[in-house]
Design a protein around this ligand. Sequence first.
Ligand SMILES: Cc1cc2nc3c(=O)[nH]c(=O)nc-3n(C[C@H](O)[C@H](O)[C@H](O)COP(=O)(O)OP(=O)(O)OC[C@H]3O[C@@H](n4cnc5c(N)ncnc54)[C@H](O)[C@@H]3O)c2cc1C
Length: 381
Amino acid sequence: MSKKLHAVISGGGIGGLATAAAMAQRGWDVTVYERQDALRAVGAGIYIWENGLRVLEALGAYEEATAGAFRGTHFEQRDNLGQVIESARIEESKRLLTVPRSALLDALKNACLRAGVKVETRAEVIGATAKGELLFANNQSVQADLAIGVDGVWSRVRSSLGLELLHEQTREGALRTMIPAQPGDFGPEDTGKYIECWNGDRRFLITPVSEKETYLALTCPHDDARGRSIPVDKALWAEAFPQWKHLIDRIGAAPVNWGVYSITRCTAWSAGRAAILGDAAHAQPPNLGQGGGMAMQNGLSLAVHLQGLTDRRDIPDALERWERKERELTEHCQRWAILYGEVTYLPDEIRTRVMRNAMSDPWIAGQVFRAANHSPTGTTD
Ligand SMILES: Cc1cc2nc3c(=O)[nH]c(=O)nc-3n(C[C@H](O)[C@H](O)[C@H](O)COP(=O)(O)OP(=O)(O)OC[C@H]3O[C@@H](n4cnc5c(N)ncnc54)[C@H](O)[C@@H]3O)c2cc1C
């Protein structure tokens, strides 16, 4: 029997674990190196659209990741007066589930462990080489057949391979937290919905993730010192979104963190026998809720493209084929996520008109939801 090929992965986040599980399930010997002292999710809740859910099914992680998840019927935008701008019904055949990030990460971790992936924590990677090597902060290195950087927006693997074309932050960021859900939080008009409200350049996104918890994202520009302050300036946010004061008042039960919106783009997703994916290669602002979905789907596709290889010399060609297959959709999704964010800076009335016209236009809706409606490589129709 031929010896298994060995992959080493920097980063045990959503993309790293999805990639590791998919590769181990296809016969690779996989080790994940994570900088933190444990595999731990950063952030509060996460939207997983149909494409990401299909990847979870393919990885055998769906049931665990989505146990008790919230499934909304509508995605609704509201203006500064609390009036509905647009209320899009989520088709029965196109699922959107929202879950705590910890549930997603745990499910991916367990899929990895079942497939025999080895995980080393407190392992800080400082770079990789095109010969399938990872280099560590403690001066050690590990040689494998393939090195993969899934180490997030500040990827050391990307920069060491010289693949970076663009890495920038948008003007916005978000405070993210969970609050305990209570009966009566939502009136009959609001039940079963994801609700995104604007007031000036502040945005308030309400996302139930289970019967017990609701995920809140409070978005504003970086230079909005009061808007982004931690502890959250509840009076400020309740003044901007008075109809949601009862939820804002409950902030504080769980940690709050400020997440920046990053964009990364690369000259290529691989160099020799090293590859990058997820936020390291193609981070996008979270406006379409697809950054994690893209990381998981490109991880699964990578594993599909590498399946059956027995000779490491065939890896570079397989990596190029993988990029050719996935890059166009990934960058399409990135472009539309950036465009969606731009409406934040329009005056309220204009934004309302633009959003209403745009989201009711079937062509535009098709572009916005193209990734969500896509059948990822490695999943079945
Ligand atoms: C406010 C906000 C909301 C979002 N909402 C959604 C959403 O609803 N749906 C969605 O799909 N996406 C969403 N995203 C995007 C999503 O979080 C990312 O696209 C996704 O986490 C990318 O996964 P990743 O594995 O590539 O990177 P990460 O999740 O960042 O994981 C990188 C991992 O690498 C580790 N690491 C970093 N550097 C090193 C190193 N030097 N050595 C070893 N390990 C290292 C990190 O500790 C981490 O565990 C959101 C993003 C933000 C900021």
